[in-house]
Design a protein around this ligand. Sequence first.
Ligand SMILES: *[C@@H]1O[C@H](CO)[C@@H](O)[C@H](O)[C@H]1NC(C)=O
Ligand SMILES: *[C@@H]1O[C@H](CO)[C@@H](O)[C@H](O)[C@H]1NC(C)=O
Ligand SMILES: *[C@@H]1O[C@H](CO)[C@@H](O)[C@H](O)[C@H]1NC(C)=O
Ligand SMILES: *[C@@H]1O[C@H](CO)[C@@H](O)[C@H](O)[C@H]1NC(C)=O
Length: 408
Amino acid sequence: MRAAWVLLAAVAALSAYYVYLPLPGTVSDPWKLMLLDATFRVVQQTCHLIHYLRLSHHLIVLNYLICTFDKLKSVSSEDINITDAVFDGVEVRVFEPPAKRDERLKRSVVYIHGGGWALASARTSLYNNLCRIMAESLNAVVVSVEYRLVPEVCFPEQFYDALRATKHFLQPDVLAEYSVDPRRIAISGDSAGGNLAAAVCQQVSKDEHLAIRPKLQALIYPVLQAFDFNTPSYQQNMNMPVLPRYVMINYWIDYFNGNYDLAHSLLINNHTALDVSQAFSFRGHLNWTSLLPSSFKKNYKPVIQTTGKAEIIQEIPALLDVRAAPLLADNETLQLQPKTYILTCENDVLRDDGVMYAKRLENAGVEVTLDHFDDCFHGCMIFTIWPTDFSAGIQTRNSYIKWLDENL
Ligand SMILES: *[C@@H]1O[C@H](CO)[C@@H](O)[C@H](O)[C@H]1NC(C)=O
Ligand SMILES: *[C@@H]1O[C@H](CO)[C@@H](O)[C@H](O)[C@H]1NC(C)=O
Ligand SMILES: *[C@@H]1O[C@H](CO)[C@@H](O)[C@H](O)[C@H]1NC(C)=O
Ligand SMILES: *[C@@H]1O[C@H](CO)[C@@H](O)[C@H](O)[C@H]1NC(C)=O
């Protein structure tokens, strides 16, 4: 009997140790976040074990589990007409509010979901619910892009899928078919979807053959660069739930179909050391000592290696490809971008990606709204449905939709 109590106490202590994480006092719902993170870590480690045993790719198992869990949540949507379609070979899910008599043309949002280029889907309730709510509250046609995922395809296929679907939609006859006003279209996405949205927006802005371009872009905690994994936010939040630094680096490696052994070198910025000539011309584009306000820089020091490993860029040139890292774009491209909304969270390794992009766009003369949340964490906007409902989710979603409503 005594042994059982000792064992129980040991298990409880071990679980508490596994679940407990020191979080900043400002994070909302800290215990819930720790539980979510612990669950996610257990699931990820199980997936890595399955990968290690060569039974399946860890991202395939992880996505399978996410989609299975997701089926337990049902979301009704009586008012919005949801249909699946194919735009130039790319699957999309279209959310249409009911047509009202004598109504003018509708506004529209092209939405690109997040998940490290490898997880989730326009069809999961997480994103189905978000897009339905957007369609309803904005009375807008929302096109959610079902781009193909890692490991089925890698960069640049995700980018091309998103670009093809967007360009197909921007044709006058397609917009007319959905009763969409060509002057009131936004392109938007969260996390890896924000990366694709920003990259597609840059590409579309330079395309001389397009008659119709987006009026706005709205990026939710976007991933924008793989150049510097030691920005103040990467240093400050390297162990933050949902997206610790090494997990983000591994998403990048998987996106580029690279070798996981590179993670150690990327972590210390060996791929962009001063002796790596390919990196030279980009350095000024993400010089955070000049782009970030001092409240974000705090006392963090830049990590710039004098000698590194130029082989890494030869092995993965995509690390410096602007279609993968929109923050590397030159000033001329930035000048062409539409009015922009960028949402950032304090407790997120990607905070400074978003803040630097906002600053560079502003310097280039683009009208930018930077919507920063002190008590929020990466990925929070999709966590609005029980049991993974967070006040941070509702708060960020409302703010994002409000901006779209006022500006689209
Ligand atoms: C839903 O949308 C599809 C495709 O646009 C259309 O064919 C169908 O009639 C719509 N259904 C309703 C109930 O509006
Ligand atoms: C980065 O910005 C700082 C401060 O403005 C400046 O001193 C430094 O030379 C810049 N570095 C590069 C590589 O542009
Ligand atoms: C970084 O590069 C330097 C110079 O090539 C090398 O000595 C060092 O081992 C590298 N570090 C990692 C973690 O790859
Ligand atoms: C880009 O714009 C920034 C801010 O206006 C400026 O400091 C920088 O020199 C420009 N870079 C180039 C290559 O023109």
